[in-house]
Design a protein around this ligand. Structure first.
Ligand code: SF4
Ligand code: FES
Length: 248
């Protein structure tokens, strides 16, 4: 396949960015999107052009690093996959593909397609954990019976990889799907109930301080989430928040 790539180039956080156009030839339909980007970067290096900066790590849908907006969609046109799992067979010869960074006030561009998503880390640090006694008296997690339905729901919520596609897709740049997945994975389990009140209050406070917008129930985040995180988690987080507020 011969393709035309229109890629956001931005030298650093302060620089003004713009779209540059690069033709690329002989792209195999079996390549992943990131492999195609690797080939483009080899081509650019050969031409003496600065290669395109983009985030990636696991390249198997686990780490959540490969944040790209492809033809106006987070992680591209496929469903329930990350950019690294997207294959070039989803495109056809002669296509023009526009590639941009995830855009949100809370995710400032560092360079080209790389954005700073440390706001997610700070939200997680505000309460996305369970404090465990590690003195040697720790209770074996398997000794606490958990309803299968709750275990499955908690596991589904824990599938969130923190990629940020929900934020980039939302017209309000809301992080509610991400935060609600992190709240839900603990709220559903007995191990998470001890710190539940502080967790939801602190994580929502941090989310607001980071500059993410509010949720207006458009549901776009759920559609673009590569891990199928359900809006049901947002409803659960709202209930948890209300309960925690009333408690005091
Ligand atoms: S909720 Fe989905 S889209 Fe949002 S960070 Fe988690 S995995 Fe990514
Ligand atoms: S590179 Fe890890 S999820 Fe894509």
């Amino acid at each position: 396949m011969n393709l035309t790539l229109k890629v956001w180039r931005q030298a650093n956080a302060e620089a003004k960015g713009k779209i540059e156009t690069y033709p690329i030839a002989d792209v195999s339909p079996d390549m992943s999107f990131l492999e195609m980007m690797d080939v483009l970067n080899e081509q650019l290096i050969g031409q003496g052009i600065d290669p395109i900066a983009f985030d990636h790590d696991c390249r198997e849908g686990i780490c959540g690093m490969c944040s790209m907006f492809i033809n106006g969609e987070a992680h591209g046109p496929d469903r329930l996959v990350t950019t690294c799992q997207l294959h070039m067979r989803k495109f056809k010869d002669g296509d023009t593909i526009t590639i941009e960074p995830f855009r949100a006030q809370a995710f400032p561009v560092i360079k080209d397609l790389t954005v700073d998503r440390s706001a997610f880390d700070r939200v997680q640090q505000a309460g996305g954990f369970v404090s465990v006694n590690t003195s040697g008296n720790t209770q074996d997690a398997n000794s606490i019976p958990i309803d299968k339905h709750d275990a499955d729901k908690a596991f589904d919520a824990a599938a969130c990889i923190g990629c940020g596609a929900c934020v980039a897709t939302c017209k309000n740049a809301s992080a509610m799907l991400f935060v609600s997945a992190k709240v839900s994975q603990y709220a559903l389990l007995p191990q998470g109930k001890v710190e539940a009140t502080d967790r939801v209050m602190n994580m929502v406070k941090q989310m607001d301080e980071e500059g993410f917008g509010n949720c207006t129930n458009t549901g776009a985040c759920e559609v673009e989430c590569p891990k199928g995180i359900s809006l049901e988690n947002i409803a659960r987080m709202n209930r948890e928040y209300l309960y925690a507020s009333l408690k005091g």
